[in-house]
Design a protein around this ligand. Sequence first.
Ligand code: BG6
Length: 485
Amino acid sequence: MVSRVIPVQPFDLVIFGGTGDLARRKILPALFRRFCAGQMAEDARVIGAARGDMNAAGYRGFARDAITEFDGDITMMEAHLARFLEQVDYVTLDAAGDVGWPELAAKLTGADHTRAFYFSVGPALFGPLATRLYDHGLASPGCRIVVEKPFGRDLASARKLNAVLAEHFDETQIYRIDHYLGKETVQNLMAIRFANTLFEPLWNSQYVDHMQITVAESGGVGTRGGYYDKSGAMRDMMQNHIMQLLCLTAMEPPAKYDPDSVRDEKLKVIRALDPVEPGDVVRGQYESTDTLPGYRNEVENRDTTTESFVALKARIGNWRWAGTPFYLRTGKRLRARASEIAVVFKDAPHSIFGADAGRHRNILTIRLQPNEGIEMGVTIKEPGPGGMRLVDVPLDMTFSEALGPQSEDIPDAYERLIMDVIRGDQTLFMRGDEVEAAWAWTDPIIEGWEAAGTQPELYSTGSSGPDDALALIHRDGRRWREIKP
Ligand code: BG6
């Protein structure tokens, strides 16, 4: 199989915060890879904009270093890199002042290109940037703006950000990134659900006992402690990435694969979520080991009550899911980096093999990362004489084996998403009302913790999280899937 690369129309992409961490680690390497794949037109331009006093040559050096550092071995790509850098430019600019705006406007004038502005800056600068783009005549009707998470830290701040952007831009111009939606396997969730007839008849509370969504990380907060300690797992992962996975798992089939059809269905799921009972949510914080610092040491805050782990039981109050709980968990410094969605089906209504045959359940697991694939647990007869003994075995398909070399060429989430911005496809971006609805659901949970002033439960590095998280599901007579690499 050969993957088809369809070039996108010529574009000018301005990266505000062009010398920042995200530009270095993700945006510039992603653009370079799309360039190598032949997707960027020869006259497309990438313009870094930041306060630093630098010329275009200096920024090209910065981009070269970033790509070399974050794109692995690029020795084969040297020629490509030189050509890519010719399309890279820079402007010294003050996002909240006047410096640099006329120069930027001059660079953008004349070209009949799709214009995109990447706000790779803190949310406090969204307003000033939007206003200046408008004042300098750059907020043309066809232009797009791209904003990153965190989109607010609660419903009130998210509403403010939406209002600030809406002053000068239409919702169809705003691309709110949740990079999980750009992951190939996350998109595959929709393909698995809606391109196969096999699953849909069973995908409801009549057949599904419960769902488990796990996004486990083995790393700690590392150098991001300053940001993370003000957020915690609930704001950093649950409100966005896990919520998106929940939506794609639980939503009704959209009529079409287009931005509003898909996002309307996701929104309905979020709005149908019941409030979470305080007893149905557990938070944790990792302890130090002999060799690794604990959460508190890493964020250099001995009294912090921020959680690095959260697990909860969500209930969706609609016809499809009434009675089927969704157990969600995410955390850092867990046993392995492993993300999956497990659909645990109900027991067979009657066992013809008697009580001795034990309890056997079909479990469909969609592995998101690493080792992306699908596994279906089926029950068969254990070979050999001595009666009917049953055993559960996996029907296992790893995408890389099934698809061959093509699957090794899977674009990073940012590659896919940035190209979608240029193409004008918002399907994999969050709409303003979706983000607000997600905060409306998580806010009371966080407020409850703040009001109670309780500490998160400590858990050991390399474990599956705090004991209370195990109890959360055990008391319902269920168990978490093992977190394994
Ligand atoms: C980010 C979070 O959005 O996602 C990080 O801020 C987290 O804390 C990361 O580590 C996980 O992304 P991925 O792609 O490594 O699963």
